[in-house]
Design a protein around this ligand. Structure first.
Ligand code: ARG
Length: 457
């Protein structure tokens, strides 16, 4: 089949060479963006009298027909037309005749493809932001149900200090809040239009780039035509923001997986978000959480992939850049899917409050209370730490916990300890007394949730 750029060539590439160079297999996902960009471009060409009105109308009519077919999934793409841009141009010419060939006046596939990518992210990053926000609301709902739920807090995955379970859940709210801010901020750089840069040097036609930007709803145009066609920073940024978002989801997934084990039993996932085993009838596996943890790997891979593609490319456009697409599509699908699933998983999970309560009553996570108690009574904290450590050791030897230790035993280590120590050692007291700003005290957690809610309105 004759190439749209075939004039200079004496013979055509063999089909397997064509296939290797073609991007239509994946860039057909940009079909609507490509049509949208063309509509704006030809409208601008008409407004500038670069093309006669009747030609513009024919082209717009043809593009409208292609759009209807694209939305119905009726377009048949061909590898011999290489990519989405040439496929659509060929279809347009087949549909309305040689006048279709005027669409590409003052334009190159280089500014065209960059425009498509900007349009793609301009439409979908707000979807990501919306899903993050939806998930944040669900986290707040679960947190509100669990302000009074006392749970063990961990460092090194060892019991550390008792906390409000809501405090733990809210960590993920704040991580997502920062993710949302990063995506929102990145919109500034997505919202810049490359169209009108031509192949890289601009064009001899009296185009109006600001009009194109207005027609497509862009806030700005690239200030440098060479930058316009070679910049893929906005995609790297999307992949980077996504990689960090997936890191957060993966950490949360890891906790969900741990909490669902028989050893922990802190939560139970809904059947709708779990799967069984083909051989072990008792199994209920947290597959969705594991899969999200696993998919984090591909999000990292896509980021590394594009950074590596770009690092050796001289200005301006190089065919290497065609490799920017699959990773971007894949990460977009991964992020949207993971956020949807995670929200449902957290909304429907059951928190085992009784289990959390008993967990925190059978450990030494209240040891800091005793040390703080002694320090409040004037003992240097380092000494208080030592005294408490000795009493913990005594308990371990006897197979009991600090609350079970008789007062006389405690007083052997320090005469400062009095009857009121038992109230101080209660895990509920340990939590409620941590009323420092941002601490796990019930009042602070309630305040934190209130502040978080205000960020969502
Ligand atoms: N399919 C190409 C890509 O995705 C479109 C731009 C091609 N430009 C060129 N001069 N070969 O990068």
């Amino acid at each position: 089949m004759a190439k749209l750029w075939g004039g200079r060539f004496q013979k055509s590439a063999e089909s397997w060479v064509d296939e290797f160079g073609a991007s239509i297999g994946f860039d057909q996902q940009l079909v609507l963006e490509d049509i949208e960009g063309s509509v704006a471009h030809v409208t601008m060409l008409g407004a500038q009298n670069i093309l006669p009105k009747e030609d513009v109308e024919k082209i717009l009519d043809g593009l409208a027909q292609l759009k209807v077919k694209a939305e119905a999934g009726e377009l048949e793409f061909s590898v011999s037309n290489e990519d989405i841009h040439l496929n659509l141009e060929k279809m347009l010419i087949d549909l309305i005749g040689p006048v279709g060939g005027k669409l590409h006046t003052g334009r190159s596939r280089n500014d065209q493809v960059a425009t498509d990518m900007h349009l793609f992210l301009k439409k979908r990053v707000p979807e990501v932001i919306g899903l993050i926000e939806h998930f944040q609301k669900t986290i707040i709902e679960q947190a509100e149900q669990n302000v009074d739920t006392i749970a063990p807090g961990y460092t090194h995955l060892q019991r550390a200090q008792p906390i409000s379970f809501a405090h733990h859940l809210m960590v993920y709210f704040w991580q997502l809040q920062r993710d949302k801010e990063r995506f929102t901020e990145s919109m500034k750089r997505i919202d810049i239009l490359p169209l009108g840069a031509g192949a890289m040097a601009g064009t001899t036609f009296p185009i109006d780039r600001l009009n194109s930007a207005e027609l497509l709803g862009f806030a700005e145009v690239y200030a440098n035509s060479m930058d316009a066609v070679s910049d893929r920073d906005f995609i790297v940024e999307f992949l980077s923001n996504s990689a960090l978002l997936m890191t957060h989801l993966s950490r949360f997934a890891e906790e969900i997986i741990i909490w669902s084990t028989d050893e922990f039993k802190f939560i139970e996932l809904d059947d709708a978000f779990s799967t069984g085993s083909s051989i072990m009838p008792q199994k209920k596996n947290p597959d969705m959480a594991e899969l999200i943890r696993g998919k984090t790997g591909r999000a990292y891979g896509n980021l590394m992939g594009l950074l590596t593609v770009l690092k050796g490319t001289p200005l301006t456009y190089n065919k290497d850049m065609q490799e920017d697409k699959e990773g971007m599509f894949d990460t977009m699908e991964t992020v949207l899917g993971s956020l949807k699933i995670f929200e449902g998983m957290v909304r429907t999970m059951t928190v085992n409050k009784a289990r959390l309560h008993s967990a925190v009553h059978s450990d030494f996570s209240n040891a800091t209370e005793l040390a703080d108690y002694l320090a409040t009574k004037g003992m240097p904290f380092r000494e208080a730490h030592e005294v408490t450590g000795k009493l913990v050791f005594t308990c371990i030897q006897q197979g009991i916990y600090l609350l079970d230790l008789p007062l006389e035993e405690m007083q052997k280590e320090s005469a400062l300890i009095e009857e009121d120590i038992y109230a101080v050692l209660a895990p509920e007291a340990a939590v409620s007394r941590r009323n420092s700003l941002g601490g796990t005290g019930f009042e602070q957690v309630a305040l934190q949730i209130q502040n978080a809610k205000q960020l969502l309105v």
